[in-house]
Every structure is written in C-alpha cells, then in structure tokens.
Design a binder for this molecule. Sequence first.
Ligand SMILES: C[S@@+](CC[C@H](N)C(=O)[O-])C[C@H]1O[C@@H](n2cnc3c(N)ncnc32)[C@H](O)[C@@H]1O
Length: 231
Amino acid sequence: MTNSWHNIWSRRNFEFTSDLSLDFLIKADGFDQGIGDVDSDSWVSICVAYAKAMDLQKDMSIFEFGCGAGAFLKPFYDIYRMRVAGIDLSPFLIDVARQVMPHGDFNMCSIEDYVLYEKYDVVVSNSVIHYLNREEFGTFIDKATAIAERFILISDIPNLQTKTEAEEYRKKIMLQNSIEKKYEGLCHTYFKPMELINRFKTKNWDCKLVPIGSLGSTQSRFRFSILATKI
Ligand SMILES: C[S@@+](CC[C@H](N)C(=O)[O-])C[C@H]1O[C@@H](n2cnc3c(N)ncnc32)[C@H](O)[C@@H]1O
C-alpha cells in the first residue's frame, strides 16, 4: 500500500493512558516527536488569544475539520463553555475526543466526505490543511464557508515563503527521532498567506493574518494563521 497522509492519520494510535490530560491530547494529536512540541500552558494561551480575537462567548458553537483528539477544541469547551463538534480521519482520536468532551458531537469522517447539515458560529482547523492537496483544499474552503455563520479560523498553516527552512528543520528532527522512513514520500502542502486571504475575499469574506500561533512550537515559526469574518 502506498504511503499517504490518509493512511498515517486513519491508523493513528497512541499508548492509552487513564490520564486524558490536555498534555496527552496535544501529543496524541501529533505534536510530539520533537517536531511540533508545545507545552499545554502555551497551548491554552494561544486558544485564549484566538477566542479574544473573535470575542467568543458561552454557548456559541465551534466546529473543527480535523479535530483529532480535540486538543484545540478543549480550551473552548472548558473555558468558554462552547458547544463543540468535529470530524477526523482517526477512529482512535475521535474516541478520545468523545471521552474528554462528552457534550460534544464528534464523528469519524474525512473532510472530502463530510456532508453539510448544520451551521456553527465558528469553524476552525488547526494544523490540518497541509495534509490536503489543492483540490481537497478547495472542497474544504467551500464546506467551511457554507457552514460557518461568523468566523473561520485556519491556524498553523505551512508558509510557502519559509518552505526551505521549514523542510530543513523537519528533516533534522525526523533524523534525530529516526522516523524518516515512516514519512517517506509524504509532503506537506505549503500556502502563501495572500493566496488564502484572496480566496476568502472572492467569496465575500473579510480575511486577515493573526500573528498568534507562532507563539507555539519551534515549527510554528514557519507557519501562519488566518481569521476570516463573514461580511
Ligand atoms: C496535527 S493533527 C491536528 C489535530 C487538531 N486539529 C489539533 O490541533 O489538536 C491533524 C489532524 O488532521 C486530521 N486530518 C488530516 N487529513 C484529514 C482529512 N482529509 N479529513 C479529516 N481529517 C484529516 C488528522 O486525522 C489529524 O487528527
């Protein structure tokens, strides 16, 4: 079977622990192995900064494409008491998300197969769109703009302008951790900030860069985040 991000993520498993802490969720969601490592205090600060940028309030709803075990949604659930929902490729990660946010609505599904039936105040996708090819990304934008009532936040996006440095760093860490074989032949999709901003503008959404996620892991220095607002 050829190596693909779909295979990697749908088979994602992690040594189960009875302690389903935010730290565990972050690691289970792939921010481990030294590439995207970030501590839970910084993680919460980043989520709070995003919530402030959108002025989020209790009982608003938030949906994530590629929610994994729910590490990104958890602070919105715990601190802002928001209604949370999400889809992901990994049955294991979805099962963890259901356990840690029992009032949430989590389903195993790909972005490509996701059928729209409900609207949400906020649609997010943290550290996900680089696993999509450009055609899949087009589908993602269409679906996100169709179900979001107020905001779309896409965070931790690999920046085409710093691709060389990002790839050198990624290779170095993969070698250190002896995981190059596992990811052989798999590339991230890189985006230009203006390409994404203009994409939203053509759909009549306001869109800007939000310099928040770069406070996270070392890898985040080569990434950017955008916040789109419905006009
Ligand atoms: C790095 S993890 C981030 C998880 C979560 N957003 C977070 O920030 O904690 C990337 C997630 O995207 C999901 N993913 C990748 N491609 C996807 C696709 N085509 N459809 C649905 N989920 C996808 C993976 O299963 C994985 O859980």
